[in-house]
Design a protein around this ligand. Structure first.
Ligand SMILES: [Zn+2]
Length: 157
């Protein structure tokens, strides 16, 4: 193991790296091959020393990572989680909640009636359901490592 943590090092077939998929196991070279395998999630990666990159070999989509001397950087096309999308996500959660909340505010139920809790409950439900959709999209976006990580975790229990 190298102890010079702050020195940038080229990707080398002789070194051991943190797995870019599960961030838990370590990948080391498979004998006589330009390939690495993870001791935790068991994925196989082919290495491109010229490009200093790693590509997953036993799974699709064919994700790849670039070695920047210290850590892996995703090299596959990624949808940018930028401010416009964040704004849309926040709007998607807040707008319906606000509309329903406002209608509950302007047309309040008569206190003490059997269903007087419904508008508030409905507002909360709207918020939670829209939040759940956004959370789902986010998980979906990061799905690949999350899923594999959980799978590997279960396998190693
Ligand atoms: Zn792994």
């Amino acid at each position: 193991m190298s102890s010079y943590k702050n020195i940038k090092k080229n990707l080398s077939i002789e070194e051991v790296y943190t797995c870019p998929v599960c961030y838990h196991g370590q990948i080391s070279a498979i004998t006589l091959m330009d390939a690495f395998s993870c001791n935790f999630c068991n994925h196989i990666f082919t290495a491109d020393m010229a490009r200093q990159s790693l590509k997953i070999a036993d799974s699709s989509p064919a994700l790849s990572w670039k070695w920047n001397g210290k850590k892996w950087k995703a090299d596959h096309p990624q949808v940018e989680w930028n401010w416009a999308i964040q704004l849309l996500a926040v709007g998607f959660i807040l707008l319906p909640t606000t509309l329903i909340g406002l209608s509950a505010y302007f047309f309040p139920p008569i206190p003490g009636t059997p269903l007087c809790w419904l508008p508030i409950f409905w507002t909360g439900l709207t918020f939670l359901s829209h939040l759940a959709i956004i959370v789902n999209i986010v998980i979906d976006y990061y799905q690949f490592p999350v899923k594999l990580y959980l799978k590997a975790l279960v396998r190693n229990l």
